[in-house]
Design a protein around this ligand. Structure first.
Ligand code: SF4
Length: 373
């Protein structure tokens, strides 16, 4: 099975109020140059015993669309020198509104970038301000037009639901606009509050209303109905696509295919173990420049357990015969009591030999996953 490559680009125009990703504000082009050199060095020095072919590459961040096309080319050249890359590779770049021009998009496209994961989040200017996104809804509309004009057919929208003060009607209007623009793929995120962020502080000091979890669940259900009616397939709990446009890269995480991560805070799975790089950008660059690995964590994983709770995220669920063949035990025997309870509660079902989350199970998916962790 071909592997994927994840590249973390830790620079953004400004810091969003809810963000706890490993990312810095883009201030100094010299620091970005140095980071790109370190990233390329990490790729060139990658473990010589690994020779998996690659068929997906994903530039995530941060805001990778702040990279100059020459820097993207430099990174792709390093990958091409170290790995065997399939001609049919999916190459995704995360892009934020108002960070690209028609020229940079045309250049990315000519370098082989063929999928854009576009950080729309919401079409409501008030909410964009709350999130300190650094762009407005018109920027999103205009950048989407530019993506289309530059030949990006495969565009995914990221939307966030459950924002403080967001109403059901507001969410419904967001869905209307997203569907009208007709991207090939839509990803939904429910807002998570991370303790050290400005948004968490605003909620603690009651400057913003607390997000309403029941309302967020209603928003999720509305999304299921509206996107199904508009012809999108839900292939994963939070991901919807036109037929044939599911994310090949992200699917690797749910089917336990290897993904090698490069860059600060990048995580990897080599088919047996998970490992992660240093989370501080300056320290990461120093480690790589002194010919050390950026890796700071490595652990064995319980693959049988991950097979179940990651596979259950997929609409297709997990195939019970495949589980038995891979792990030598019958899943329905191993978890007899738990599966019985969850079936009676209407959280899971077995259809054609596959164990699946029901619609109710999707709403309470964390409770189901906890059984298998
Ligand atoms: S654009 Fe994304 S990575 Fe950058 S600060 Fe905002 S949420 Fe974080």
């Amino acid at each position: 099975m071909p592997a994927g490559i994840y590249l973390h680009i830790p620079f953004c125009k400004s810091r969003c109020s809810y963000c706890d990703f490993a990312t810095d504000v883009y201030r100094d082009s010299g620091a970005v140059e140095r980071y790109v050199r370190a990233l390329c060095l990490e790729i060139s020095n990658f473990r010589s015993e690994i020779s998996d072919p690659i068929d997906t590459i994903y530039f995530g961040g941060g805001t990778p669309s702040l990279l100059r096309p020459e820097q993207v080319e430099q990174i792709l050249d390093s990958i091409n020198l170290r790995f065997e890359i399939s001609d049919l590779s999916e190459i995704t770049m995360e892009m934020n509104p108002a960070t690209v021009t028609p020229e940079t998009l045309a250049a990315y496209r000519s370098l082989g970038v063929n999928r854009a994961s576009f950080g729309v989040q919401t079409f409501d200017d008030r909410d964009l301000k709350l999130l300190a996104r650094g762009h407005d809804a018109n920027d999103a509309r205009q950048t989407f037009r530019m993506l289309r004009e530059a030949g990006f057919e495969n565009v995914s929208f990221d939307l966030i639901a459950g924002l403080p003060g967001q109403t059901f009607d507001n969410w419904s209007r967001n869905l209307d606009e997203a569907i009208a623009l007709d991207p090939k793929h839509i990803s939904l995120y429910l807002l998570e509050i991370h303790q050290s962020t400005p948004l968490a502080e605003q909620l603690r000091t009651a400057r913003r209303p607390m997000p309403d979890e029941d309302l967020a669940a209603e928003m999720y259900e509305l999304m299921l109905d509206r996107l199904a009616a508009a012809g999108y397939d839900q292939y994963e709990i939070s991901n919807f696509s036109r037929p044939g446009f599911a994310s090949r890269h992200n699917s690797k995480y749910w089917t336990l295919d290897p993904v090698f991560g490069f860059g600060v805070s990048a995580h990897s799975f080599d088919g047996h173990q998970r490992y992660a790089n240093e989370r501080d950008t300056a320290k990461y660059v120093e480690l790589i420049e002194s010919n050390k690995t950026g890796e700071v964590m490595r652990e064995d994983t319980d693959i049988a357990s991950e097979f179940v709770f990651l596979g259950l995220r997929l609409e297709s669920g997990i195939n019970l015969a495949a589980y038995k063949q891979r792990f030598g035990i019958d899943l329905q025997t191993k978890y007899a009591e738990e599966l019985n309870d969850m079936t009676v509660s209407g959280l899971v079902e077995i259809v054609n030999g596959n164990l699946l989350l029901s619609r109710k199970g999707k709403l309470f998916s964390n409770e189901v996953f906890a059984v298998f962790v």
